[in-house]
Ligand binder design. Structure first.
Ligand code: DX5
Ligand code: ZN
Length: 217
């Protein structure tokens, strides 16, 4: 089993000091910094825009993983690419021309991810799996941190593992929502490559130990 990548989400950080939160993620031994971008329309909540990515970029060399929970993601990918995001993930449910958007993210020189909410089946991804670098399986209904993982969503991660093996696709499988010390073993068993964790990371007393626990090391 390759090294499980841990991507703490800024969603649960103290927004009065985002740079310090990114520095803490870096110091914890985590692998990526996850930015939960919410527009108050695609999901109920509003969080932040590309300026937060740009302003926190100097605080860590870790890959910045921008998860766009927004309508019209095509309008935002250039700003996030210029701000310093390394991976830009858009929701399948947010646009008709997703194949074009994933290609546009690659044309910007960035990795492209596709996210699906709990009610979207893996079969809806069939035509874009060959042009994506990451599939983000939402393990909660997006919009808020601190929710409980929906166990049935892990079957989607398992299905993606099989499809990837069968077709020899290179995409990573990531899960996001309700990932903590209790659910991490379940998630590892489902064969994912990346875990996004927000509230559990920012409430633990020992973030380095928490990251090791996510990896099962
Ligand atoms: C969508 C967000 C959250 C966040 C993780 O709601 O994408 O899932 O990253 O939040 P926790 O780890 O607190 O469930
Ligand atoms: Zn996210």
């Amino acid at each position: 089993m390759a090294h499980l990548l841990v991507a703490p989400s800024l969603l649960s950080a103290d927004f009065s000091a985002p740079g310090e939160a990114v520095r803490a993620i870096d110091a914890s031994g985590a692998d990526w910094v996850h930015f939960d971008v919410m527009d108050g329309s695609f999901v109920p909540n509003i969080t932040f825009g590309h300026k937060l990515v740009a302003d926190t970029r100097p605080f860590s060399p870790l890959p910045f993983d921008a998860h766009l929970m927004t309508e019209h993601p095509d309008r935002h990918i250039t700003d996030f690419a210029c701000a310093g995001a390394d991976l830009i993930t858009v929701h399948l449910e947010a646009a008709v021309h997703i194949h074009r958007i994933l290609t546009a993210i690659h044309d910007l020189g960035k990795k492209a991810g596709i996210a699906i909410v709990p009610s979207t089946p893996v079969s809806a991804l069939t035509e874009v799996l060959s042009v994506t670098d990451l599939v983000l399986v939402m393990t909660v209904n997006p919009g808020f941190g601190g929710q409980k993982l929906i166990p049935a969503t892990l079957d989607k991660a398992r299905a993606l593992c099989s499809i990837r093996k069968e077709k020899n696709y290179p995409f990573l499988i990531s899960v996001d929502g309700g990932i903590n010390e209790e659910t991490a073993p379940l998630v590892r068993e489902a064969g994912v490559d990346v875990v996004v964790t927000g509230s559990a990371f920012f409430t633990t007393a020992d973030q380095a130990r928490f990251v090791r626990t996510m990896r099962g090391t």
